[in-house]
Write a protein that binds this ligand. Structure first.
Ligand SMILES: [Zn+2]
Ligand SMILES: [Zn+2]
Length: 453
């Protein structure tokens, strides 16, 4: 499909585009970079396997953080530890003046029991500490099923190759290793938001932030969106309250079960019948859990519906949550029952800075032998959005499906069989190093202040 933007708007964008500026990095520096990455790769693969074998859940990444801090210190990088519980921040001061830029990696793994059969597979089990009440008190397997082990190795690889030529580096690079991207234990704070509360975007304040995420895709392929990256994810619990009675005479009470069924279907008419599908892709509303009743012939007093709603902007988010409430309460009211919804916001929708994407795209194209896929975002959520709503951010994808497996049919992130091809690691290091070097060498492309949208 062609762009739906008007021609004058496109011309204005082109005239303002930093692409018109030189985005080159010194060629000698680039060939040195490639050699450095090649030399570092075997150790990075080993490091990734070690982290994979010893995964830790959110806010409990004690050993992972120690490993990261130790490596950063070995590289001569200034290190802060225990930021937002277990976060580690490395600051590399270049020998020449220039802007400050940040690169982010997550530290945490997931409560998933690994089934890859790999020689370095995780056999770690721990008492569950996440926010899913149905898992409370259970012992769970732990696995780097989202590939954050690869992110750690890649960002440490970037730190290594940039630290090597620290004296000629025009600016400062802040390496942010944050805990708990996948969520925090009940009653705790964490993740990107807590890192920011504890000052990670200040002193020195990065003017932009970069990050990548591994996922299904040809090994070593890169993908990026010019705008929307990830969705806002809100979880909700709806309680539909009727009146308990015998299953043989429902008229003696108020049956909340058919009402709950009507509400689930009613919610599906929000994206399909009530949203302007031209303005923005539709929200996703999914009910993942329904809980009610004790036995077959008792109509219960209450039904509990748990779900997630994925939206693509703050305005869409507020609008859809209002519609969720209205649909539930009016359907319940129609039978004399009531419905109450509690919404827990998790992450906001993520957006890339388009001007920065345009400026950095040549670096991504030069980082992989495969064509860069220009995509339009996903409905998954990531708290990288917390940074990129405050400072210009660029978040891109790295395909890690091993050769011989169809990326369209492989196990996705969070699967107990999620696979990560080690050959993709140096591509990730190259891409992040090149965008960082280009940003520093071009004084941040003199982008206008502020973030999108
Ligand atoms: Zn994940
Ligand atoms: Zn992830």
């Amino acid at each position: 499909m062609k762009s739906t933007r008007s021609l004058p708007a496109m011309i204005a964008t082109l005239l303002a585009s930093p692409l018109a500026m030189a985005t080159e990095i010194d060629p000698q520096r680039l060939s040195q970079l490639d050699q450095d990455i090649q030399r570092a790769t075997p150790q990075l693969i080993e490091l990734r396997h070690a982290i994979h074998q010893h995964p830790e859940l959110g806010n409990r990444e004690f050993d992972t953080a120690k490993r990261v801090a130790k490596r950063l210190r070995e590289l001569g990088i200034t290190v802060q530890t225990e930021v937002a519980h277990t976060g580690v921040v490395g600051i590399l001061h270049g020998g020449k003046p220039g802007p400050v830029v940040a690169i982010r990696s997550e530290l945490d793994a997931l409560p998933v029991t690994e089934q890859t059969g790999l020689p370095y597979a995780s056999s770690v089990t721990v008492p569950y500490s996440g926010n899913d009440f149905s898992q409370a008190g259970k012992t769970v397997g732990v696995m780097h099923a989202c590939g954050h082990d690869a992110h750690i190795a890649i960002v440490l690889g970037v730190a290594e190759v940039l630290a090597k030529h620290k004296d000629s580096l025009p600016g400062t690079v802040k390496f942010i290793f944050q805990p708990a991207e996948e969520g925090v234990p009940v009653g705790e704070k964490g993740g990107a938001r807590l890192m920011i509360e504890q000052g990670v975007l200040a002193d020195p304040a990065p003017a932009a932030i970069f990050g990548l995420h591994v996922g299904p895709g040809a090994s070593g392929s890169l993908s990026i969106s010019r705008q929307r990256t990830t969705a806002a994810a809100d979880t909700f619990v709806a309680t539909v309250t009727g009146e308990q009675t015998h299953g043989a005479f429902p008229w003696a009470g108020i049956d909340p079960i058919p009402l709950a069924a009507q509400i689930v279907l009613g919610w599906q008419t929000i994206p399909s019948r009530q949203m302007d599908l031209v303005a923005l892709p539709a929200p996703v509303i999914s009910v993942g859990r329904i809980d009610a009743g004790v036995r077959s012939n008792i109509i219960p007093a209450q039904v509990r519906l748990e779900g997630t709603v994925r939206t693509l902007s703050q305005a869409q988010r507020d609008d859809v949550i209002e519609r969720l409430r209205r649909t539930a309460s009016k359907i319940a009211e129609s039978a004399g029952a009531s419905a109450h919804i509690e919404v827990t916001p998790t992450y906001p929708a993520g957006y890339n800075n388009s001007a920065l994407v345009d400026a950095l795209l040549p670096q991504l194209k030069a980082s992989s032998a495969l064509a860069v896929d220009i995509e339009s975002g996903v409905y998954a959520a990531d708290d990288f959005a917390e940074y990129s709503r405050r400072i210009p951010g660029v978040f891109f994808g790295l395909g890690v499906t091993p050769d011989g497996i169809d990326p369209a049919h492989t196990w996705p992130n969070h699967s107990p069989k999620f696979l990560m091809d080690d050959d993709a690691l140096p591509v990730g290091v190259r891409a992040l190093s090149r965008v960082t070097l280009a940003y520093l060498a071009n004084n941040g492309f003199n982008l206008p202040a502020g973030v999108q949208p």
